[in-house]
Write a protein that binds this ligand. Sequence first.
Ligand code: F3S
Length: 417
Amino acid sequence: MRLTREESEMLDGKYGYPIQKSMEILVTLGELYGAEKMIPAVSAHSTGQFSAIREAGVQFLEELADKGGKFVIFVDTNPIGIDLDTPKDFGVSDEFIQRQMAVINALAKMGAFISSTCAPYLIGHVPLWREHVAWNESSAVNFINSVFGARANREGGPSSIAAALTGRVPECGYHLDQNRYGDLEITVTAQLKGVHDYGALGHFAGNLSLSKTHVPVFVGIPPSVSLDDFKNIGGAAQAGDVQLYHVVGITPEAPTEAAAFGGKKVKDWQTVEFGQRELQEAKESLSPATAREVDVVAFGCPHCSIREIREIARLISGKKVKSGVQLLIITARATAAYARATGDLDVIEASGGRIMCDTCLFSKCQELLKNSNSGIVATNQSKLASIFSGLGSRRDILTHYGSVEECVEAATTGKWR
Ligand code: F3S
């Protein structure tokens, strides 16, 4: 790789161990992926979950922090293993809490903003068009690449930290124009009637990318598509490592089909249809549970938006969550404060629902279902359903996948319709 004089000095240790170590990581990765140079990164999003990075990760972060590492760009964090207000809930051990706090403390010492959310773009961490960033949450990476036109690869834990300490990322992958063009057209003829249908579309796109990663181009999505719909497309599509997609006429790099494909000829890309049959099949594959009993109804994977919380509050207002069923919503702390101020959280809590912050819906569902009857989660969140029942490996927990209305009804009756 060609390094600037300053970058070479970083690598030689002139600016201390944390920057030297970081540049070593970035150069190694850059050479592996064929980068010719480094480029400035404007922000990073770091993993923060102890169960993801384990003891070796804690030692890595603590060493960098203790040796004076300071982040030089804005850095926030992905969900952690606990809600900071109620860390012991669901039987979390003191030892786990202590190690989780060690991760947070090391990141904070280096200057991270401890936001603990997988949807940081909902609470103000919004990279702009063509800005290069170093983020490590898969669903967030495809959201900001696709919806904002920012430039990101799905970073690992060490590389996002290294970028944060140096302000650099290797110029490779989706940082380069030539890798951002579509190579798979998905013509949407199905009628999409809610975030769960958009999630099924993302699941379909993710499945098509299992053997070869694609940049899908969706044609036929109506202008009414919402931010929550995008969140749910990407939530499932990331399972096939889709880090970027385009929606013709809507997302910034796809004003036209020709622009989305970068001037390629039609014969150069594959075209598939997503019609009513494909929609139905995708929803069925996210919904393998057969028993009607439901133990947990879960929202917030990625973390819920204020609009999703308001919709749940509207649907559950005046009703009660069925005894023995858990209605769990996870959102960013900032969004929860907003929903508290608007009264929506009070409505949900009065019905028996529970809102958590800081933590991961996938992890908490597993903890909740340890002693459950049926091991069944109802959700409209495509990433959660795809991890448990679709592309993922957790087949001991089954899902019912459907609309927010069906999910809220399941919470109040204890049965899937
Ligand atoms: Fe967020 Fe955990 Fe889902 S990090 S996207 S709630 S798997």
